[in-house]
Write a protein that binds this ligand. Structure first.
Ligand code: FMN
Length: 176
């Protein structure tokens, strides 16, 4: 069973690390289905039924995105609002179509990990900052898994830093 990797990056052309991760995922088409939201819906009008049909086909779903303003890019929020509909994702006995599916976030982060802690500049851990995702996916009875975050992309511009993330991300996906 393949893993569905939903990529939400508003400017993939300019991306370093998300583009590199996609390149790696593309080497294993038997393992990963990549679904790039901004490429599929350049006008940001989501085909909700097509998305729901896609989700139905996978038991492991990863949302991959760069961390922007302590949050996800806006199109992911819109995707959640549009696709997790009443009667499909929750709210009726025939709903809960996402129930039991393994769902995780995979994020590239500009700032260093130490700054995302109680004693750091940004006070909160990434687990704390992503609580709305945890609650959303628990609300629809999905199996929300611990997130993957790769930090320090702003300070470490070197290619080696980015390359180090690749096996870590692949291990994370394999262990889902
Ligand atoms: C609009 C914008 C907002 C950002 N906000 C944050 C932030 O709140 N925290 C952080 O650690 N990095 C932040 N960054 C840095 C990005 O997370 C980083 O550039 C990105 O993960 C790199 O991924 P890419 O090479 O695929 O674009 C921000 C970058 C942009 C462009």
């Amino acid at each position: 069973m393949k893993t569905l990797v939903i990529v939400i990056h508003p400017n993939l052309e300019q991306s370093s690390i998300n583009k590199r991760w996609i390149e790696e995922l593309n080497k294993h088409p038997e393992k990963y289905h990549i679904h790039e939201l901004y490429a599929i819906y350049p006008d940001e009008k989501i085909d909700v039924q097509a998305e729901q049909r896609l989700i139905a086909q996978y038991d492991k779903i990863v949302f991959q995105f760069p961390f922007y303003w302590f949050n996800c890019p806006p199109f992911l929020k819109k995707w959640l609002d549009d696709v997790l509909t009443y009667g499909w994702a929750y709210g009726s006995t025939s709903g809960y179509k996402v129930a039991g599916k393994k769902i995780a976030l995979a994020m590239s982060v500009g700032i260093d990990e130490e700054e995302y802690s109680a004693s750091g500049k940004y006070k909160y851990t990434m687990e704390e900052l992503t609580r709305p995702f945890e609650l959303t996916f628990e609300y629809v009875k999905a199996d929300y898994r611990p997130l993957f975050a790769y930090y320090g992309m702003e300070r470490n511009a070197e290619k080696e830093w980015m390359e180090k993330s690749v096996p870590l991300y692949m291990d994370f996906l394999n262990s889902l």
